[in-house]
Design a protein around this ligand. Structure first.
Ligand SMILES: *Cc1c(COP(=O)(O)O)cnc(C)c1O
Length: 360
């Protein structure tokens, strides 16, 4: 089988070794006479794998002792509501950095539960830039400050993170988790859907400083209550077992390939291939502030929309999928997540040069 070159933004490319492992163990897991997806989530087979998965995730991201890590369902989107339900306290505000589609959606949900203060609003620059981390300060009566570390659609990524003192910092890292080391200790909560960089869709990872729970609102429906999940290490109800199993295998692959530092090196190399090409051409154009360019989602434009359409059609014919920009912004986007081989990026770069030669 000739595998497609997969530039989809999510769900997205997985390491082929992981897919092969899943195939080989789908019917029978480790000679146990049962598959992982048939086993009780309260039994040894699943729980042993789960505990290893959590421990490995913490190791790779360098998560300090006073944090817990578990998985929920509902996608990153459910967290947009759960965060304010749990942590936006009466008579306070929540600070949101309005940086693009995903942070803005989170803020819209927060507005249903209390007062939202927009520390920064990127509407005027079409969400092509971010505030300087050192200049971000939460409001005096802030329950938390919220940011999205990588705007998957806009293609901008925080390069370092604000110090918010006693005010909890909460980050959506759905699309750049484990693509680089991050200072977890600056955050009270980091979360994200796993389907961009960590595994098959289904699970959402939650990394939370245990002391954050002391600031929780009372009286929440069971599933919406982080304390309930915390007490049961994420196994309060049935977890997305298939997805978590996939995450465990992807984490093994990340570890084998140099951990967070190894992934950062890969991401830097791969994204530079495309950004260098874009910068050295007058045909391709990056709409994003160079200081905050994403190493995961490379957004670019051509001189007009007809050419962009033609680009996608011809790329698809050559086995490259997912290069169309998000329907809300148009243009083109190459998502180059951890598992995407460098050769596929080189192949795309070659195609881009050829396309410019013929149409430029
Ligand atoms: C994809 C994405 C989401 C939405 O994730 P779902 O799991 O589909 O709810 C949220 N935030 C970011 C940054 C994303 O990339």
């Amino acid at each position: 089988m000739e595998r497609k070159k997969n530039f989809f933004a999510g769900p997205s490319v997985l390491p082929v070794e992981v897919l092969e492992q899943m195939r080989d163990q789908m019917v029978e897991y480790n000679n146990q006479g049962i598959s992982m997806v048939e086993a009780s989530h309260r039994g040894g087979l699943f729980e042993d794998m789960y505990d290893e998965c959590v421990a490995l995730f913490k190791e790779l991201l360098n998560v300090p002792e006073e944090y817990e890590l578990y998985f929920l369902g509902g996608g990153a989107t459910l967290q947009f509501a759960m965060i304010p339900m749990n942590f936006l306290r009466p008579n306070t505000v929540a600070d949101y950095i309005k940086s693009g589609t995903w942070a803005n959606k989170a803020a819209e949900d927060a507005e249903l539960f209390g007062k939202v203060n927009y520390y920064y609003d990127g509407t005027a620059n079409k969400f092509s830039s971010l505030p300087k981390a050192s200049e971000v300060h939460p409001s005096a009566n802030s329950s938390y400050l919220y940011l999205c570390s990588n705007e998957t659609i806009g293609g901008i990524e925080w390069q370092d993170f604000p110090d918010t003192g006693d005010v909890p910092l909460i980050g959506d890292m759905s699309s750049d988790i484990l693509s680089r080391p991050v200072p977890v200790e600056k955050f009270s909560m980091i979360y994200g859907g796993v389907q961009k960089n960590l595994g098959p869709a289904g699970a959402t990872f939650i990394i939370m400083k245990k002391s954050l729970l002391e600031k929780q609102n009372p009286k929440l429906p069971a599933y919406m209550d982080y304390s309930k999940h915390s007490k049961e290490k994420g196994l309060y109800n049935t977890p997305p077992v298939f997805s978590i199993w996939g995450v465990k295998l992807v984490l093994d692959w990340i570890k084998k390939n140099g951990g967070a530092v190894g992934m950062q090196k890969r991401a830097t190399e791969k994204s530079a291939i495309l950004y260098d090409l874009i910068d050295s051409s007058s045909f391709f154009r990056s709409p994003v502030d160079p200081a905050y360019r994403s190493k995961m989602n490379i957004v670019f434009r051509l001189p007009n929309e007809d050419l962009e359409k033609q680009f996608v059609t011809e790329a698809t014919k050559q086995g490259m999928l997912g290069l169309k920009g998000h329907r809300s912004v148009g243009g083109l986007r190459a998502s180059v997540y951890n598992a995407l081989p460098k050769e596929d990026v080189l192949y795309l770069a070659q195609f881009m040069k050829e396309f410019e030669r013929k149409n430029g």
